[in-house]
Design a protein around this ligand. Structure first.
Ligand SMILES: *[C@@H]1O[C@H](CO)[C@@H](O)[C@H](O)[C@H]1NC(C)=O
Ligand SMILES: *[C@@H]1O[C@H](CO)[C@@H](O)[C@H](O)[C@H]1NC(C)=O
Ligand SMILES: *[C@@H]1O[C@H](CO)[C@@H](O)[C@H](O)[C@H]1NC(C)=O
Ligand SMILES: CC(=O)N[C@H]1CO[C@H](CO)[C@@H](O)[C@@H]1O
Length: 469
């Protein structure tokens, strides 16, 4: 048998190749053979990879047991979404928040199976005449006839964006606009028009599906709830009384819980409302047609059936955890349960945060989070170093600055300034309001950490739970 050396010498002799060159060719051939073998075995490798991943998951220590927290089994979570936003908004909840709730229902404007979840059509119970003739039900009729594939790509919500930094509420009475995504404008309005009709039939169907829960927690796909804190809150209330808790807002003379903040209804209140609605469905449908906010219609139906809103702000927040008005008086010692306008990445972040917090407090399931705790445990650690592509909601214009560092100097020179941001146009913005902010493009943010830490340190200790009832 020829050894490799003599084989090469033989080839050299035949082809007068240089030895070095030949070795390179051989190496290339060997690599090619490996690549081909690898390619052929790809399915096998994929299976192996999956097995490793499964194994990894199996050895992750189980997190705190959300599903068996006291009261969890007597609480139902109802999420309202829409066919146009579902694909972008629901997966994060299926992977995080919805895993915690022993019982939950998801309502949309189209009945379908989505990632092994059955999605109910909230509009099923609306009067047939209205559904067949109202222009507001255009989208619903198309979906019913052709299915979800009829949705054009420009009708799907795409990546959630902040059109106006969440500050549009004051100037725009249609606060729903704050929630706009990258939708074709026409459809945004269409889908909102449809959305307002969901509320009352959704509540009716909910009671039909789960008639015996003590508490019904209604959320949207951009709501985040601190689950344990919510359950501790509810354990402090008497569920046998009619309760309707939410973040208060008014349209005209009707006060109601803003839908995206989440709102909570006790069983007696829900039952009263559903019987009242069943007796006056036509009137409520007429009222809804002439109105633009479904959560307001719901507030009216609850009021008409004997349950007024319990104003639960600041326990319920109308905005994201990154955009809080922390102050030592009205937003500090009160517990915190819900946030609104929360992006999917922030939902993941808050979910992980609560999970770690629960692990730390697992010896006492009566532990709850106050705004103060969120400031210390969530906000402060995120304020240590400057963030690129981040908006911390600084708004006092200090003029031009050459760099983020220069902007920081402008902030340092003013004792009240806590944080700063530099825009793409090199404008330096500062504020005395401590805020985590959120991911954004063309702006960078920083904090004077000693000062935000001091903001925390100088506040008085909190005593007792300030539950609103
Ligand atoms: C919920 O769980 C508690 C124990 O944690 C139990 O006493 C109660 O009966 C359960 N309620 C329901 C409706 O299953
Ligand atoms: C729970 O653990 C903390 C420290 O980890 C401790 O300070 C606290 O007293 C414990 N509470 C109970 C009820 O055991
Ligand atoms: C558990 O936490 C709650 C709320 O902070 C507190 O009131 C209670 O005393 C704690 N229980 C124990 C046993 O430490
Ligand atoms: C709420 C708030 O103060 N938002 C500010 C965030 O920063 C931008 C600059 O990018 C300001 O324009 C907003 O007013």
């Amino acid at each position: 048998m020829l050894s490799m050396g003599s084989f090469i010498r033989f080839l050299e002799h035949v082809f007068t190749f240089s030895r070095r060159r030949l070795q390179a060719y051989l190496r290339a051939i060997v690599v090619c053979i490996f690549v081909v073998l690898f390619w052929l075995n790809f399915p096998l490798l994929a299976r192996l990879e999956k097995r490793i991943a499964r194994h990894d998951r199996a050895i992750v220590p189980p997190g705190p047991d959300y599903r068996h927290l006291p009261g969890a089994n007597e609480t139902l979570v109802i999420m309202r979404t829409g066919s146009t936003e579902l694909q972008d908004r629901l997966p994060i909840h299926l992977a995080t928040t919805l895993l915690r709730y022993p019982d939950s229902i998801i309502f949309s404007d189209y009945e379908e199976e989505f990632q092994d979840r059955h999605i109910l059509d909230a509009l099923e119970g609306v009067s047939p005449y209205l559904k067949e003739t109202s222009p507001d039900f255009d989208l619903w009729r198309r979906l019913k006839q052709y299915g979800r594939t009829i949705l054009r790509s420009d009708e799907l919500s795409g990546k959630a964006i902040w059109l106006d930094g969440g500050a549009g509420k004051a100037k725009n009475p249609g606060w729903y606009d704050v929630k706009l995504y990258m939708l074709g404008r026409e459809l945004t309005i269409l889908s909102r028009k449809l959305d307002k009709f969901k509320f009352l039939p959704m509540v009716e169907r909910t009671l039909h599906e789960y008639p015996d829960k003590k508490w019904y927690v209604f959320v949207e796909s951009d709501t985040f709830i601190f689950w344990q804190t919510l359950l501790v809150y509810l354990s402090n209330l008497d569920w046998t009384k009619p309760y309707y808790l939410g973040g208060q807002i008014s349209i005209g003379s009707i006060e109601f819980g803003q839908g995206g903040n989440g709102y909570i209804v006790s069983r007696p209140a829900l039952r009263n409302m559903v019987s009242h609605y069943q007796a006056h469905q036509k009137e409520y449908e007429d009222f809804t047609e002439g109105h633009w906010a479904g959560d307001c219609v719901l507030g009216k139906a609850l009021k008409d059936s004997g349950t007024s809103l319990t104003r639960a702000w600041p326990i319920f927040q109308g905005d994201d955890v990154g955009n809080m008005n922390y102050n030592h008086k009205t937003q500090w010692c009160q517990p915190t349960v819900s946030y609104h306008h929360v992006s999917p990445s922030a939902i993941q972040d808050l979910y992980d945060f609560e999970k770690a917090w629960m692990a730390d407090t697992s010896n006492n399931t009566s532990s709850y989070l106050r705004h103060r705790d969120i400031f210390r445990l969530y906000a402060l650690p995120r304020m240590v170093s400057p963030h690129i592509d981040w908006d911390n909601h600084s708004s006092d214009d200090r003029g031009l600055a050459e760099s983020l560092e220069n902007c920081r100097e402008l902030c340092e020179a003013d004792d009240r300034c806590l944080q700063y941001a530099l825009t793409a146009e090199s404008r330096c913005l500062t504020t005395s309001r401590p805020n985590v902010g959120q991911s954004a493009t063309h702006i960078s943010s920083g904090w004077i950490f000693e000062r935000v830490q001091k903001f925390y340190d100088v506040a008085e200790e909190c005593h007792g739970g300030e539950w609103i009832s």
